[in-house]
Design a binder for this molecule. Structure first.
Ligand SMILES: *Cc1c(COP(=O)(O)O)cnc(C)c1O
Length: 367
């Protein structure tokens, strides 16, 4: 059954374009190119197209499947963000022009696959500056790996160095840790006697350093997803507003299937909820609650959904239901009405991937 009803995720391509353009401009003014990251939009080709139109130099994703789609429909350079699996090397070489790497064994497999396919492939060596996900933690080892690739591989081109911060260890990009990345880059350049194409200084969380003009001069690339697609983290968590950015990009619309006044504290002997948790329930007395036809299966984290209308509070969810408190709303909600939400990164990612959610492209004119 083809999905075309509610819940609907409205995707505003114009606003995504404007966000991408604003960030590309900001970065370009600081000598930085932007790779547009599409994984948060489940690789949506229309979204990728807007990023390219706005001046992103590559389309990037952690998933090679999404890069394959991008290659099929768009004329663009592609960047694989997750270190390649051994089992996907053939596809990596076929669909990604560039990949991030931290294992020479893997890069050798890429070299062999390139030879078989008659292709070239660029690698960016990842440096772990303390966030403890991917990358060489020992700078000297990273430098030696880079020099080794330069001197021993014919089809793989050493394209640069990069880092990722914030995603696991929640480490902030700083002038200090990114300074170390640029020092490593300089050392490699000295040893190979040429400039590197990419000194890739991270993702959305590096943008504050660009905005403040303190980012080390040598950083010349960022890989931006959330900041373009969603623009929630910088304004709401970092308290940083980039002029010209907007959040009306992905809007969820879910339909009310029940609306009743109910106690806010469950009645009876409490045990575990649908997912085996023992939540704490506050007693606010009788409240007007709307039950919506969408659930954790679609957005996973209800507490990262942000209702657009003020006065609505997200109460909780189970697999297929979302409960919101509408007691304080001006509007008199009825069964069949819609409630709209913007969202943080996690629900955006999950909603875009859910086959039970209709994705609808909208433009500013019809809203
Ligand atoms: C996801 C990812 C990005 C993009 O991160 P955002 O926070 O969405 O900007 C950049 N680099 C790597 C390696 C990633 O995995």
């Amino acid at each position: 059954m083809e999905k075309n009803g509610y819940p609907i995720l409205d995707i505003n391509l114009e606003n995504i374009y404007m966000n991408a353009e604003t960030i590309v401009q900001l970065c370009e003014n600081n000598g930085i190119t932007v790779s547009g990251v599409i994984k948060g939009a489940a690789g949506n080709i229309k979204v990728a197209e807007q990023m390219l139109k706005a001046g992103c130099r590559q389309i990037a994703s952690s998933r090679v499947e999404q890069l394959a789609e991008a290659k099929k429909h768009l004329h663009c350079e592609t960047l694989l963000l997750r270190l390649p699996m051994e089992s996907e090397i053939v596809e990596v070489v076929k669909y990604a022009d560039i990949s991030l790497n931290s294992e020479l064994d893997t890069v050798w497999l890429i070299e062999k696959a390139c030879e078989e396919q008659g292709r070239k492939h660029k690698v960016i060596i990842m440096i772990d500056l303390g966030d403890l996900r991917e990358g060489y933690i020992d700078p000297e080892e990273a430098i030696e790996a880079a020099v080794f690739i330069e001197q021993n591989m014919k089809h793989v081109e050493l394209a640069g160095v990069g880092t990722n911060l914030g995603c696991y260890g929640s480490v902030k990009p700083t002038v200090q840790n990114l300074g170390l990345l640029t020092e490593i880059a300089e050392e490699i350049e000295k040893r190979i006697n040429r400039k590197l194409e990419f000194i890739s200084g991270g993702a959305t969380t590096t943008l504050p350093l660009v905005l403040s003009g303190t980012i080390p001069k040598k950083i010349n690339n960022l890989r931006i997803g959330e900041g373009i697609l969603n623009n929630m983290d910088l304004p709401l968590l970092w308290n940083i507003n980039i002029p010209g950015m907007n959040q009306d990009t992905f809007i969820l619309k879910a339909q009310i299937i029940e609306i009743k006044n109910k106690p806010s504290h469950p009645i009876g002997e409490l045990f575990v909820d649908a997912f085996g948790n023992k939540p704490h329930y506050e007693d606010y007395g009788i409240r007007k609650r709307a039950l919506l036809a969408i659930g954790a299966q679609d957005f996973v984290m209800h507490d990262k959904l942000v209702p657009l209308e003020s006065g609505i509070n997200v109460v909780g969810s189970s697999s297929d239901h979302l409960i919101v408190d509408v007691t304080e709303c001006e509007r008199e909600y009825r069964v069949g009405d819609l409630i709209s939400f913007k969202m943080f990164y996690a629900p955006m990612l999950f909603l875009n991937s859910s086959i039970y959610v209709t994705k609808r492209l909208v433009s500013n004119e019809i809203i």
